[in-house]
Design a protein around this ligand. Structure first.
Ligand code: NAP
Ligand code: GDD
Length: 383
């Protein structure tokens, strides 16, 4: 009999990759999804349709991290071997607008999971992974950040996640539970939510290249992030729960990059050369050249003349509405412990991550361009 896992946040980026990974390992995966007025299972729908996978190995339950009884009932029914608590209001900027809700879901939601396992007397059986975050380091006290670096959270999101981190440690120590924190640095993918910076950029740049968007407005271009690929990071979640002893681990690449540089590299991936000038709210990114062969290869001949006519135009601008009341300026992680104890090694680099995201978004936006043009660009969409 394969193991049984429960994933909260299964409809999110990480939930989608993790559920596929576990099903392929022979797990029966249960997921908690929220009731929404529109379908919200896009990221996992393919798992039902894949003939290689048995659709009985993925079972969804309606639920919400704010509803203790619902969570307790689901855990009682499923009796999971492993719980991956990925559900969260995960947007840092939005947490300043909805601080109480964020605390309830991200902070108390974790307590509800731990307490349900304890009350149901599953502490011997059920292992718990808590989705902790590099946002805990906030105003960083050490460079690079590792498991022993002091926390200094800088948003309601990070403060809520700090409660979740410590309540996980506390239940481990108080009740001898196998409860672990994965302190994951930013990880992205073609499935990344559209309002996080990398996906916002790869979508916007694809649309600019295809002539369906003129420019993109960004926030702080100087902050630095340690970006990995979600496909690599969900493997670390799994490994953390397979160890003999419960523990907390930093998962990171050890490379940090500014938002500005991410944009330049994503443009370069499709043959558009951009230069940034100015500072703060007045900074802009201007097209200074086109690598014709690369652009034709990645985007298509039909769009070349239009993008060439835009040389000298500013296509990246700053809108202060995207600035945060308190910013996390620099994140760079030291994952030595995970590399040593878990034998975890990321497969993707920043460049291969960008390539994966740009390829996916160019394809999706070509479809949008095709539909918008009523089929005029049909040859390009299918090429
Ligand atoms: P995501 O794409 O935003 O997914 C969040 C998931 O949580 C979605 O399935 C969402 O449901 C669900 N959710 C939100 N509020 C909920 C509620 N009240 N009750 C039940 N489910 C709820 O996030 P992600 O990038 O996959 O990240 C997964 C986890 O890792 C999160 O806890 C995040 O804070 C943490 N984390 C992420 C990163 C990163 O760089 N991605 C780094 C460190 C830690 P809907 O689909 O219905 O919205
Ligand atoms: N979202 C967004 N939109 N961010 C922007 C923009 C913009 O237009 N312009 C600049 N940024 C900057 C933000 O100010 C921040 O410094 C950086 O880009 C990254 O922002 P996000 O992609 O929104 O991610 P995050 O680092 O705040 O949070 C993500 O990573 C955390 C791990 O460190 C989320 O996935 C969190 O859930 C996760 O815990």
């Amino acid at each position: 009999m394969g193991k049984v896992a429960l994933i909260t946040g299964i409809t999110g980026q990480d939930g989608a990759y993790l559920s596929e990974y576990l099903i392929k390992k022979g797990y029966t995966v249960h997921g908690i999804k929220r009731r929404a007025s529109l379908f919200n299972t896009d990221r996992i729908d393919h798992l039902y349709q894949d003939p290689q996978l048995n659709d009985r190995n993925l079972i969804l339950h309606y639920g919400d991290m704010t509803d203790s009884m619902n969570i307790t009932r689901i855990i009682s029914d499923i009796q999971p071997d492993e719980i991956y608590n990925l559900a969260a209001q995960s947007h840092v900027k939005v947490s300043f607008d909805t601080p109480e809700y964020t605390a309830n879901v991200d902070g108390l939601g974790t307590l509800r999971i731990l307490e349900a396992v304890r009350l149901l007397k599953l502490t011997e059986k059920t292992r718990i992974y808590q989705a902790s975050t590099s946002e805990l380091y906030g105003l960083v006290q050490e460079i690079p950040q590792k498991e022993t670096t002091p926390f200094y959270p800088r948003s309601p999101y990070a403060v809520a996640k700090m409660y979740a981190y410590w309540i996980t440690v506390n239940y481990r120590e108080a009740y001898n539970m196998f409860a672990c924190n994965g302190i994951l640095f930013n990880h992205e993918s073609p499935l990344r939510g559209e309002t996080f910076v990398t996906r916002k950029v790869t979508r916007a740049l694809s649309r600019i290249a295809l002539g369906i968007q003129g420019e993109v407005y960004m926030g702080n271009l100087s902050s630095k992030r340690d970006w990995g690929h979600a496909k690599d990071y969900i493997k670390a979640m799994y490994l953390i729960l397979q160890q003999d002893q419960p523990d907390d681990y930093v998962i990171a690449t050890g490379v940090t990059t500014t938002i500005r540089d991410f944009i330049s590299r994503a443009f370069k991936e499709i043959g558009v050369i951009v230069e940034f000038r100015g500072e703060g709210a007045n900074e802009t990114g201007e097209i200074i050249g086109i690598d014709k062969d690369l652009f034709v290869d990645k985007i298509g001949e039909a769009y070349l003349a239009a993008i060439q006519s835009r040389i000298g135009e500013k296509v990246v601008k700053v809108d202060p509405k995207y600035f945060r009341p308190t910013e996390v300026e620099l994140l760079i992680g030291d994952a030595t412990k995970a590399r040593t104890k878990l034998s975890w090694e990321p497969q993707y680099t920043l460049d291969t991550l960008i390539k994966d995201m740009m390829t996916s978004d160019v394809k999706a936006m070509k479809k949008e361009a095709y539909l918008r043009d009523g089929g005029y660009r049909i040859m390009n969409y299918f090429e």
